[in-house]
Design a protein around this ligand. Structure first.
Ligand code: ZN
Length: 407
């Protein structure tokens, strides 16, 4: 068997992994959006692929799926992953046009992707594979290739959140392909981070100022809504967070409390037009808007409108890729993206509400599945993580993009 990493090798972004055993399978095919320009995996092996599996709807996992459609192959995923990834892919084509980078695929490839999709539920067997709830975003899945004894975590969270149940796993596996985003550190206590977020929001409200929360439209927006449920009437949702949240409410089986989430959504304000934003800022003190790393979207528009307000707050709730506009803003208090550049006087805070397992969580997955081989992907420190696992007597690898592991 061989495992070839086409993307997410020693980096976070453009996940794409080929596993060739009895069948040739592609696991995910995403784009790396930050820093610009977007980077795509080099699909040099697409011709004899038997099928693909999409772990979840984040663009760094699904954003290049249509590239695989030059030859029609079935792509397996959960139903909500199809809905959410379709939403994000359509938007990424639009954003690509606006930014001038375009996308290496067009509408017809996107349509082929939708037509080639095959819906499967957690635990359901297809082509000797099974999906397991990954606890990362609604519909996210780890992929177990039973014939090869390979388990791919996708993006995974081992602890329960306000929105989601914790990840589930097969009893054991021979080879584990594991995301390594937080292989070097543990998250602070979740309750404590949620408390800090609520506190920061309260402080902004007390001063009659704005709390702007830039979020990933899929997953994080809904998680933040669940944490801030008491404040729902004071919240405005803007950008793709609206449709994504509606889809999550519709496919309620993927979240812990469908009834409660629907109630929250009924109370928040959905912003209809971009031209309303000045009015929205006057009326709603809490703004939840995409994009999470400020790479674009309404969050940037709101930021430009409140940038001079020292008492207002920008509240980041998770991972910021190095050199992304969000990460640079925290370091310099200057927002810069493409032709846009301005100083930001608001208070900036970052909270760790990660949808990824931390170091402890990743090690617990390994001790639970007892794999002989571990392939570390999706992390900026995969090499060190693999070295550490070698020291624990596991065959561990951290291939770069384009490299393969023969087992
Ligand atoms: Zn993800």
């Amino acid at each position: 068997m061989r495992i070839k990493v086409l993307g997410a090798g020693r980096e976070v972004g453009r996940s794409c992994i080929v596993v060739e055993g009895r069948k040739k399978v592609v696991l995910d095919c995403g784009v790396k959006l930050q820093p610009e320009p977007p980077q795509y995996p080099v699909i040099d092996e697409a011709k004899d692929i038997d099928f693909a599996v999409l772990s979840h709807a984040h663009l760094d996992h699904c954003g290049a799926m249509p590239l695989l459609m030059k030859r029609r192959i079935p792509v397996y995923m959960t139903d909500i992953t199809l809905e959410l990834s379709s939403l994000l892919l359509k938007d990424s084509m639009k954003v690509g046009r606006l930014q001038g980078y375009g996308t290496p695929f067009g509408k017809s490839d996107f349509k082929k992707f939708v037509k080639s999709s095959r819906i499967v539920g957690y635990g359901e067997k297809f082509l000797s594979c099974r999906l397991f709830d990954a606890g990362h975003i609604p519909g996210s899945a780890g992929v177990f290739l039973e014939n090869e004894g390979v388990f791919y975590t996708g993006d995974v969270q081992t602890i329960e959140s306000n929105l989601l149940r914790p990840a589930k796993f097969p009893a054991a596996c021979k080879t584990l392909i594991i995301e390594s985003t937080y292989s070097r550190r543990n998250h602070p206590l979740r309750e404590q981070e949620e408390f800090r977020l609520v506190e920061a929001v309260e402080e902004a409200l007390g001063k009659d100022e704005t709390a702007l929360i830039p979020v990933f439209a899929v997953g994080r927006a809904q998680e933040v809504l669940s944490i801030l449920k008491e404040y729902a009437p004071k919240i405005a949702l803007d950008g793709m967070t609206k449709t994504a949240s509606e889809l999550v409410a519709e496919y309620g089986s993927y979240i812990r409390n469908r009834k409660e989430f629907r109630k929250i959504l009924k109370k928040v304000h959905m912003v209809k037009k971009g031209s309303e934003r000045d009015k929205i800022l006057k009326k709603y003190p809490i703004i939840i808007a995409s994009a999470g790393m400020l790479g674009g979207g309404p969050a940037v528009d709101y930021l430009s409108r409140i940038s001079h307000r020292e008492g207002s707050k920008v509240l980041f709730t998770g991972f910021l890729v190095e050199e992304s506009p969000g990460s640079n803003l925290i370091k310099t208090k200057i927002f810069e993206n493409g032709s846009q550049k301005f100083d930001v006087e608001c208070e900036l805070h970052q909270f760790s509400l990660s949808a990824h397992a931390d170091r402890k969580g990743l090690l617990s997955i390994i001790s639970r599945l007892r794999p002989k081989n571990v392939v570390c992907v999706h992390g900026e420190h995969c090499g060190e993580f693999a070295d550490e696992l070698e020291g624990r007597g596991i065959n561990a690898y951290a291939p770069k993009n384009g490299e393969e592991v023969k087992l």
